[in-house]
Ligand binder design. Structure first.
Ligand SMILES: *Cc1c(COP(=O)(O)O)cnc(C)c1O
Length: 461
């Protein structure tokens, strides 16, 4: 088999800036060992997130120019609306400025005290919006999804037995919604099978619970279905997506992911009654229903991106590029989550740095080492992000200590990716030199964004 190549050529380029290792040591120290404080210009390869960091196509940029900026009834809105109706089969489409705005509107209406929203795994903004409404979010992930180094084809699946049991325990009347996140972002970008979605839908229907899809990475998920699920080998991704959405009553979406845009989102649904309530909130928070917090040009770029993302040459390259890094790292003995997910590589920092205790944040220490060695920026998904304290201010660690390297869509080439794996392997070979960290300052919530750290035991200057 021949090399799977990037299915595009480059028309416009953006420089990246080189720094020396000595410079990066100083930059990291000045950034309090927290990558969120590093200026993007000082980063060589930025794998902090795949959200909104996509490279748009020449066709999308042309769409930006053609965007209709009319306040009401813009042409770009109808292009946007028709594209989403086509893919989802849902008759009502509501634009928002990004995914969490859709969540905020939806859960303000259907959430509330005493209610439970069940899911395979809720993404953090989804969970936060559910909890903000007073409701409780409940993750019912399949067992294999909880074992990072054990490969399985659909580790994002919901545990259907656990769902039945939960409904029996709490009563269907207290569960206003079930959400399936495709792919499961917080669980390593792992896909959900069509079979699982059908089974969940059946249980939901029997109990009169609506099913929504968190569709941020629907195209990546549908491509995994094509590759891994019997009966889908020869179906176009568009048809797979159509079927996937056919089991749902609605969806929320961040266009910063699989719409290959830089901003945007939407809600789509069947229920006119729910949509009327959503639009009432939309008008006071986002804007008129034909633009919802977006410019006409954004609506245009999203409509075009949603079609481009289902191109199978694109998806083959996309999924392969994540698998390619994972394979190289596995061959070098680097502990990573398996199999490769759809949008990111997850390094197991606990196994990578066994000499650093969890209360010295091995994941954060590893993000620092990758930056100093090669100018690569990733993010810790471990005890700095999810850790809590007990009464004695002792750390209650997260379940896993991971470093996520998220790959922006269509941005980096194979040589960038080769360079990334070389840096990781080099850091792995001298992992004993990496030191643990301690926190010197932190906010009470979402501390990983703004916490300040230092090398454990070092004096601050
Ligand atoms: C990014 C994301 C969201 C939130 O979308 P934003 O556009 O960042 O507000 C919700 N769910 C999942 C699975 C995501 O990846």
């Amino acid at each position: 088999m021949k090399t799977i190549i990037e299915p595009f050529r480059i028309k416009s380029v953006e420089p990246i800036y080189f720094t020396t290792k000595q410079e990066r040591e100083a930059i990291l120290k000045n950034a309090y060992y927290n990558p969120f404080y590093i200026h993007a210009r000082d980063v060589l390869i930025d794998l902090l997130t795949d959200s909104g960091t996509n490279a748009m196509s020449s066709h999308q940029w042309a769409g930006i120019m053609e965007g209709d900026e009319s306040y009401a009834g813009s042409e770009s809105f109808f292009h946007f609306e028709n594209t989403i109706k086509d893919i989802t089969g849902m008759p009502i489409v509501i634009p928002t400025h990004q995914g969490r705005a859709s969540e905020k509107i939806l859960f303000s209406i259907i959430g509330g005290k005493g209610k439970y929203i069940v899911s395979n795994t809720l993404f953090d903004t989804t969970r936060a919006n559910i909890e903000f409404s007073g409701a409780e979010g409940v993750d019912l992930l399949c067992e294999e999804g909880k074992l990072p180094e054990v490969p399985a084809p659909f580790k994002g699946n919901m545990n259907v037995e656990a769902l039945k049991k939960f409904i029996k325990e709490k009563g269907a009347a207290n569960i206003p919604l079930c959400v399936i996140t495709v792919t499961n972002n917080s669980g390593g970008g792992q896909p959900v099978s069509m079979q699982n979605i059908k089974e969940v839908k059946k249980v939901c229907t029997e109990n009169n619970i609506p099913l929504f899809i968190d569709a941020c990475r629907f195209a990546e998920n549908c491509y995994f279905i094509k590759l891994r699920e019997k009966g889908y080998e020869n179906k176009p991704v568009f048809d797979i997506a159509r079927e996937l959405f056919s089991y749902a009553d609605g969806c929320t979406m961040s266009a910063k992911k699989d719409a290959i845009a830089n901003i945007g989102g939407f809600l789509a649904m069947h229920s006119k009654e729910l949509a009327d309530q959503c639009r009432n909130l939309l008008i006071i928070t986002e804007g008129f229903p034909t633009y919802g917090g977006l410019a006409g040009r954004d609506l245009e770029a999203i409509a075009i991106g949603l079609n481009e993302v289902m191109d199978e040459h694109y998806l083959r390259y996309r999924i392969r590029s994540i698998e390619y890094i994972t394979e190289k790292l596995v061959a070098a003995g680097v502990p990573v989550m398996q199999p490769a997910g759809g949008h990111a590589v997850y390094i197991d920092a606990k196994l990578f740095l066994p000499h650093i205790p969890v209360d010295q944040y091995p994941g954060q220490a590893l993000t620092g080492a990758l930056y100093v060695e090669g100018g690569i920026r990733g993010v810790e998904i471990g005890s700095l992000m999810f850790g809590k304290y007990d009464q004695d201010k002792k750390l209650i660690p997260a379940q896993m200590e991971l470093v996520r390297l998220a790959i922006p869509r269509r941005v980096y080439t194979q040589s960038h990716i080769d360079y990334v794996t070389e840096v990781i392997i080099e850091v792995f070979n001298k992992r004993d030199e990496i030191k643990g960290l301690e926190i010197v300052e932190e906010p009470p919530m979402l501390r990983h964004f703004t916490a300040k750290l230092k090398i454990a035991g070092d004096h601050m200057n």
